[in-house]
Design a protein around this ligand. Structure first.
Ligand code: SF4
Length: 390
């Protein structure tokens, strides 16, 4: 846990107005230089990268960087690097949409890939632009248009009784004003076939200040009595678990909300045994359930430097699991693929075993099937690995 670094922070993050503090996000190289030491070469590279992929880092998250560590994970997750100029990676070609989102887009921001789940893109704004993000195509929409789109999405959900749960995603829904969130939740609360709502957010990790807004917590507690809310969040490294982010989680839990974690397995960030063990143990300690560990997607400008080959990755994850108790090792190591979600079960010699745990609604027969592939030294995605008999 990042106690030492938090102790050095002069600002009382909990006292800040979340809307005002967002305006202090670091978005230019000149601003960044006030917080982070950059060599002349780094500065030159950075200027090229931010022209292609904008930078947006909350001051809180920047304050977690250990400036004496050249491999600091917080820095890698937030500060652009020259590797982002590489479109196709050393591990093969990359694609813009490996999860196949676009094919399942029903308009008005709704993605309906699995029959029982509807994903609604509630906003395209995030408090930070994570360098490993697989949705690097961000366009801001005004709030009233966002709410209108959401109401149309809610109508679609009401007309599809097979949908049992909704994922409000983005972007980050918690970056919307509380009043907009209220309107959205109101639109869902009376749909009888809806069992629960997920609000996916990395804000507890990168912008915990949002959860010091009492009005938000009251809204969530109120709605949670009508439909159960879960918050899937996204801690990738134990250094992200600070007293401030822990407090944000506690506030969500005080509203009766279960918080589940969906980490991404990232080279140079958490691809070692100790880091994974510490991450999962710390999550359980603060009341967050480890749920998924995603294999990094083959996204252009991400894959080349962040994806870990599966052959190596399966071994790291397995060694780490051996040291975790039952609650810490509840997570599934997952590929979020175009065909559906695949659990990476493990390896038998040079073969990897996958189990498909969700299938597209037009291919229900694919759910629960096993897939076997031959591992290669560099293959980091299902499509990279040749089919093989068990
Ligand atoms: S908060 Fe999530 S959606 Fe937003 S940039 Fe980060 S990883 Fe991507």
């Amino acid at each position: 846990m990042n106690l030492a670094r938090q102790a050095k922070i002069p600002t009382e993050w909990s006292q800040l107005d979340w809307r005002e503090e967002l305006k202090n996000n670091v978005t230019s190289v000149d601003e960044l230089k006030e917080h982070v030491r950059l060599t002349p070469t780094e500065e030159e590279d950075l200027r090229k990268v931010v022209d292609v992929h904008p930078m947006n880092i909350p001051r809180y998250y920047l304050s977690l960087i250990d400036h004496d560590n050249p491999d600091d994970p917080i820095r890698k997750l937030s500060v652009p690097g020259p590797e982002e100029l590489i479109v196709a990676g050393s591990m093969g070609e990359t694609t813009g949409d490996p999860y196949g989102d676009d094919k399942h887009d029903k308009g008005n921001g709704i993605l309906h890939k699995y029959s029982y789940t509807a994903l609604v893109v509630s906003t395209e704004y995030c408090s930070m632009y994570c360098r490993h993000c697989f949705r690097k195509r961000m366009v801001g929409l005004p709030n009233d248009q966002t709410v209108q789109n959401f109401k149309e999405a809610a109508k679609y959900i009401a007309e599809h009784p097979e949908i049992t749960n909704v994922v409000m995603s983005g972007g980050d829904p918690f970056l919307l004003p509380t009043s907009a969130l209220r309107e959205m939740l109101e639109a869902l609360k009376d749909i009888p076939h809806l069992n629960y709502v997920r609000i996916g957010s990395r804000a507890p990790v990168v912008y915990p200040i949002r959860f010091f807004d009492e009005e938000l917590i009251e809204l969530l507690a109120e709605f949670n009595e009508r439909k159960t809310i879960y918050v899937p969040t996204h801690f990738n490294h134990p250094d992200e678990i600070t007293p401030t982010s822990t407090e944000a989680v506690q506030r969500l839990r005080s509203a009766g909300i279960a918080v589940n974690n969906q980490a991404v397995f990232l080279r140079g960030v958490n691809d070692d045994e100790d880091t994974l063990v510490n991450l999962m143990n710390d999550l359980v300690r603060i009341g967050v359930n480890p749920y998924y560990l995603y294999q990094c997607m083959p996204v252009a400008r991400v894959r080349h430097h962040f994806q870990v080959p599966l052959k190596k990755g399966i071994d790291i994850v397995d060694r780490a699991r051996r040291r975790m108790d039952g609650y810490a090792k509840r997570f599934k190591f997952i590929i979020g693929h175009d065909i559906g979600k695949l659990e990476i079960c493990g390896r038998l010699g040079d073969k990897a075993i996958f189990k498909q745990i969700h299938a597209r609604s037009d291919h229900p027969e694919e759910a629960s099937r096993l897939l076997v592939r031959k591992l290669t030294e560099t293959g980091g995605w299902l499509d990279d690995l040749p089919e093989v008999e068990l």
